[in-house]
Design a binder for this molecule. Structure first.
Ligand code: GAL
Length: 498
């Protein structure tokens, strides 16, 4: 449930506004195809698939520490020690992506595999070698690598001084980013600095649900976010100053958001939800004002005063930082999974103080929405179209990649529900593309293989391929949805389903 409230709390528009959006009904089925330059890909993240948690010089990450010292916090007491062992079987994953006729493969790099303590003073060349092999295999299969620098697995040693809540993190991240550009920049043209900061800041620093389980609610998540935004901008500027001319790549950030609706057309509630989720990170980077959304600044300051403070729990940026962060992305990566209706809470809700209390909205799930295996994930395809339109309006039509979208079940090979979910979401996305309602460049399915789903362990499956977890060889087997996505990627059309 936490995921729906704290994690991926995101955007919205009111129901009436969304329904005004025109879908061009003149397009008949044969005209309905994605443009030739629209990209399809699939995604994974290092901790969820690599395993080899302590092999060949890798240092521990906060997820190694969390799953080892608190197995009870993972539904099936699982961890990423071996996972799908992509450290050994990475070629299987690359081939699977290739078999689907995809254009790109989104991976992430485990920081502590190449810098075991997180510090540039100690480089693990074995780790560099692994990513060289992986990136070369991706390119060798005529796929484009899209690389996330930080997908939640902070080197454990950096947590000793507060991890992302300490502003020294910015310097560590800059040195790490510099190493990545230097060693892989000749081949990697799409960089994503952070994956879903709203999720890891709220769950890791604002609660104890995810690593590093700091639970400094009401303060920790805002400090984390503040340093993420600065670190992102510094890494972006570094690329532009020292690498762009030679490599001509792009640097973006991946944000996660639901779309929000209101039964009572409460625009303020909808906007508040949207700003606290997507706007929290997108406003400083993509808006002209280049700061946190006004509604966050005001509400958190007021709550802080009410709590007896003379300062706001939401840190503020100097003008110089606003300038550095504003415009610091070549594209917006969007992870869309689901949506919510919102209602204003009559009474304050959530821990005191907390992000949830600052937002103070009730999240409503409609009974007609189809549930998945995850308690936060319901199929709301309309939301993906509405959020793309919202982004266009709010941020002056930035370049967007959908960097994740997917469905969980219990591992069926005939995964018809996943196919229905993908089908319905792709139809909405295609409407947006055909009506020119977003500068959308590509779509990424989460995930190519079943993997370690964080606090849900191996209980919930998101893969287009299943993995035999009881065999050391971890054989991958295509599900029915793999065939569906292969058809989409190779024909650029969405096959009909029953
Ligand atoms: C995202 C996350 C992924 C994956 C997915 C499915 O929030 O980036 O790592 O876990 O959710 O829940």
């Amino acid at each position: 449930m936490l995921k729906s409230i704290l994690i991926c709390v995101s955007a919205a528009i009111i129901a009436t506004k969304a329904s005004e959006v025109m879908v061009d009904s003149r397009q008949n089925a044969s005209d309905r195809f994605f443009p030739g330059d629209f990209w399809f890909g699939t995604s994974t993240a290092a901790y969820q698939i690599e395993g080899a948690w302590n092999l060949e010089g890798k240092g521990p990450s906060i997820w190694d520490e969390f799953t080892h010292s608190h197995p009870e916090k993972i539904v099936d007491h699982g961890n990423g020690d071996v996972a799908t062992n992509s450290y050994e079987f990475y070629l299987d994953d690359v081939k699977a992506v290739k078999n689907l006729g995809m254009d790109f493969y989104r991976i992430s790099i485990a920081w502590s595999r190449i810098l075991p303590t997180g510090d540039i003073a100690n480089i693990n060349e074995k780790g560099i070698e692994y990513y060289n092999k992986l990136i070369n295999a991706i390119i060798g299969h005529k796929l484009e690598p899209m690389v996330t620098m930080y997908h939640w697995d902070l080197p454990q040693d950096l947590q000793k001084f507060g991890g992302l809540t300490n502003s020294i993190f910015i310097s560590y991240f800059e040195a790490y980013a510099n190493l990545l550009y230097d060693r892989f920049g000749d081949r990697v043209k799409y960089w994503i600095t952070f994956n879903e900061p709203s999720v890891f800041c709220t769950t890791g620093y604002g609660s104890d649900k995810h690593a590093p389980a700091v639970n400094a609610h009401g303060v920790g998540e805002y400090l984390c976010a503040h340093n993420v935004l600065k670190a992102h901008a510094v890494a972006y500027r570094l690329y532009r100053s020292f690498y762009y001319e030679q490599y001509k790549g792009q640097v973006g950030i991946t944000l996660c958001s639901q779309f929000f609706y209101s039964d009572s057309n409460d625009m303020h509630a909808v906007d508040r939800a949207m700003q606290f989720s997507l706007g929290w990170f997108a406003n400083p980077i993509f808006s002209l004002a280049g700061n946190y959304p006004d509604v966050m600044i005001t509400r958190i300051a007021n709550n802080s005063i009410g709590e007896g403070r003379s300062w706001s729990r939401l840190p503020s940026f100097t003008d110089k930082w606003i300038e550095t962060i504003r415009g610091s992305a070549d594209f917006l990566g969007l992870n869309y999974y689901t949506s919510r209706y919102v209602e204003v809470n009559p009474e304050p809700k959530g821990l005191y103080p907390s992000y949830e209390r600052d937002l103070n909205l009730k999240m409503v799930i409609k009974p007609e929405w189809k549930p998945s295996a995850s308690d936060w994930l319901y199929s709301v395809p309309k939301g993906v179209g509405d959020i793309l339109r919202w982004i266009k309006e709010e941020y002056n039509n930035p370049e967007v990649f959908i960097t994740e979208n997917g469905w969980s079940d219990h591992g069926e090979l005939d995964d018809n529900d996943r196919i229905a979910y993908l089908h319905d979401h792709l139809e909405q996305i295609l409407d947006v593309v055909l009506n020119d309602e977003s500068n959308l460049k590509g779509y990424t399915a989460w995930s190519i293989i079943d993997n370690f789903e964080w606090a849900q362990g191996y209980a919930e499956k998101f893969g287009l391929y299943s993995v035999n977890m009881s065999s050391p060889r971890r054989e991958r087997t295509a599900k029915k949805s793999a065939k569906f996505m292969a058809t989409v990627a190779s024909t650029h059309r969405i096959p009909e389903i029953n």
